[in-house]
Structure formats: structure tokens, C-alpha cells
Design a protein around this ligand. Sequence first.
Ligand code: MN
Ligand code: MN
Length: 465
Amino acid sequence: MDGLTAKELKDRLFYQPKHAAAQMTEAEIAAADSFCEGYTDFLDEAKTEREAVEAALKLAKANGFRKYEPGTYYPPGSKVYCENRGKALILAVTGTVGVSEGARITASHIDSPRLDLKPNPLYEDKELALLKTHYYGGIKKYQWTAIPLSLHGVIVKTDGSVIKVRVGDEDGEPKFVVTDLLIHLAADQMKSTLAEGVKGEALNVLVGSRPFDDTDEAQNVKLNILRLLFQKYGITETDFLSAELEAVPAFKACDIGFDRSMIGAYGHDDRVCAYAALMALLDVDEPEHTTVCVLADKEETGSQGNTGMDSAFLAFFLADLAKAQGLDAAAVFSASRALSTDVNSAYDPNYPEVFEKNNTSFLNYGVVLKKYTGARGKSSASDASAELIASVRALLENAGIPWQSGEIGKVDVGGGGTVAKYIAQLNVDVVDMGVPVLSMHAPFEVVSKLDVYATYRACVEFYKN
Ligand code: MN
Ligand code: MN
């Protein structure tokens, strides 16, 4: 190293993450922008976990994926999907070496924070009809007032028929809203904390205001709404009890910035990694290792429930693949490697105090490799081994993919979790990796197009190696 200038020596010795644009050719940047056009379409189509499964299945079927039949032997290069109750999905391409060598698994989640309707939601108060909600996932409640909302989900009747609901996203459709207190009367509210200013029981969605007729009988506005719902969906009030209806932001995904370098949308966390991983899997042909893309539900409430990653659906799927090849599931899990593909907090210039700049992720600096998540003393973290980080680092570096390391924020300021620990339970080597996000969990989140593309490329490399 003799004779090197300070700059040359720094280039050789320092960890110096760079803006992705400085590491990419014009053609690669154009490819990233065009990749993200498909992503924004996916976002507008898939605002709930059920819609994300439908959208993913449509893409998968168009790319030759067939329904997985348990107990079947699949030759190398077979493309299969396994749907879990319409809310989670596993897609796989069988490898040339057999699952005894382990699988390459990515797991992203397709649920996002939102307002779920309560089982008995509809009521009338002073001739306004409203829907009671119970928020889902970690939200700042004040962010969900005074923005246009749409309603998505299903109503299931006792005869088993499923009525799909999706209203408020298309031009010409009515939207809904949670009203906020006018500033003129908000003196007390403004003195309360942000956590207390809007209460959970105040997140009631306004859905009507005109009575059924001009008699002054009670609940005529509610009656009119039920009449309209009966006309449109054939349902009565009792049918709400067997429904899953979610109020989500009615915004469409759009470019952000004069340079159109970013995307603003509801639900980047974690449909951005879900889409990147899915598109990477669709590009896989005859991989060496069996590649598996999991799109999971319920991450935002802790991954519990049979469609979340704390359930055995991935384990059962891998065990079944193993059995068809005459193998023991435990051996397959132990030889497998996984990416828990989920978003990370991006450094926000408006709130520098919560980030530790040497160990945070930045917008446009590429896909984020996270050694661990968790809170306080790494509580609830799946801390990836140095060996695994090294191998993922190697494949990112060899492929020239912009990447960075990052923690969620400063020690003891907060924290978060992902599905990594549930995959680790299977004795699979797993590390967190994903897209940096601004305004995470807000109704409108921001990501950079170059980071989205880097994450897609990282998944391609991971599946291949
Ligand atoms: Mn997430
Ligand atoms: Mn989240």
C-alpha cells in the first residue's frame, strides 16, 4: 500500500456506501425506472393481503406456475404455487440438486397497517352513518383522519358465498373518511400527546348522511345505507359479523420529486419486498437450489394466526417437498438459507435525532442488509451470523448491486421485528434484507426506485446462489 494517496487508501480501507446512481449505468437506471412501473401497478391492484395474493397469482400463472399437489414428485425446474386461505402464498421453483441441499427462501409480508371494521360496525349518530373500526398494526392514529379512504375485503354469507368488496379507489366511486376535530375547538386536543390526541374509538369512518325517507323515525340514515348495501351486495347487517373489511388509504401510487426518483404509496411495507421477490422468482429457470418465495399475512400484528409466519404452513410445504424426494424435512430446513425480505427505516432529515448515522440506512443507497432487528438489548431479534452476512455480502458485491447495512434507529429509541425469527425457528439460516422507507407505517410511505430495483436484483442473485 506504499505510495498511495490518502484518497486511494481510503477507497481501499473505508466502508463507504454510495448513492446507487453513482454505481449504476444509465441503462441500469432506466431499467430500474421501468421495473417500478410494474410495481406501482401492483400497489394499486393489491391494497390488502387478499388482493396481493390474487395479483401475485395472476402474474405467477401467466409465468407457468401450477397449483402444488401435495405428495407429488416435481422434477427440477417445476414451478408451483401453494395458496394459504387466500391470504398467504408460497411460490417455488424446484432445483436441480434436490432439496437435500437446502432451499433458498425469501419471505415478505403482504399485510399493511390499516383500519379493520369491527364485527358489528354500522351505526348512526345524529343522522350521520359511521363504521366502527379496530386499527390493525402499528399506526399513528392522527395520520388516519381527514384523508380519503377506500373499503376492501370480503363478506361471507352463511351459505359460503363470498362477496368481494372494493370501493373508493376508482374514479367516480365514492370514498370514505374519518373526520378530525376542527382546529377552532381543538385547544384541549392540541395539548394532548400525539398518541392521545386521536383515540382508537374515534377512528369511525363516515359512510352516509341522507335518510331513507322524510319521517323522523330513528336510524333512517343507517337504514338507507343498509338498503344500498342490500341492493349492491345482497347483504344484511348480520352479514358484517362474518366479514373482513379493511379501510385503507384511497391514494394511488405516484412518482415523488421533480426527478421522479421516488414512489409515494400506501403499503410499501412490505409489498415492495413482496413484489421484488416475486418478480425475481418469476425470472428463475431451473435453479440449482429449490427457490421459494413466501408472501405472508399478519406480520403487522406479530405473525400469529394460520396465515402468518408463526404458523407451520411453510414448514409443512417444505416437509412435503422433502417427502416426495424421499427426504427428512429437518435435514432440508437445516441446509436452507433464507432472506427475511422486509423494509427498513430510512434516514429522515426531519428527524435526525433518532438515527445513528454510521449504522442507519439511507434512501437511494441500495438494498439494506440488517444483521438484526428487535428492541432494547436486541430483544426478539434473529441475529444473523457473520458467516451468513458474509455470504450474502459476497453475492451482492460480486453482482455489483448497490447495498448498505442498517439498523432501524438509535439504541433504546425504539425498535421493530420481522418474520426472521419465525423462519429461524425451523433452524434455517436467515437474515433480514430490504428496501429503506420514509414515513414507514404512514398512510403514504416513500421509497426510492433505485432501492426497489436493487432489492429485486438481490433476490435474483440470492435465488441463483
Ligand atoms: Mn414490514
Ligand atoms: Mn411494518
